[in-house]
Design a protein around this ligand. Structure first.
Ligand SMILES: [Zn+2]
Length: 106
């Protein structure tokens, strides 16, 4: 990971003193800190993966998770309400990282 992978609005030097920045990532949150003056900022790590929301042939809302190489990793069921679709994406973003993998018998 390099600084250019992060969501940065202020360029790559300290906005206060133009000093060098160092960064530390914890659970997708990156703390950027100036080595010189102690200026600090927390940003969300920019992930190259995305959720695409679309309407299918039955006009239901679905999402798919797409990798940087264009591969579709997961596709959802259809939702009649767009908000339900967005809520599910929200749940995945919040909880998927810690979810257990459970094998279910046939
Ligand atoms: Zn500084």
């Amino acid at each position: 990971m390099s600084l250019s992978d992060l969501v940065m609005e202020d360029g790559y030097t300290c906005p206060r003193c133009r000093g060098n920045l160092s960064y530390k990532e914890t659970n997708g949150i990156v703390v950027i800190k100036c080595d010189n003056c102690g200026w600090k900022k927390e940003v969300k790590k920019k992930m190259p993966y995305k959720f695409e929301v679309f309407q299918d042939r039955k006009d239901e809302f679905r999402f798919r998770m797409v990798a940087p190489n264009g591969q579709i990793i997961a596709t959802s069921e259809g939702y009649t309400q767009k908000q339900s679709c967005l809520d599910t994406i929200d749940s995945i973003q919040k909880y998927a990282g810690g979810a257990q993998i459970v094998e279910v018998e046939k």
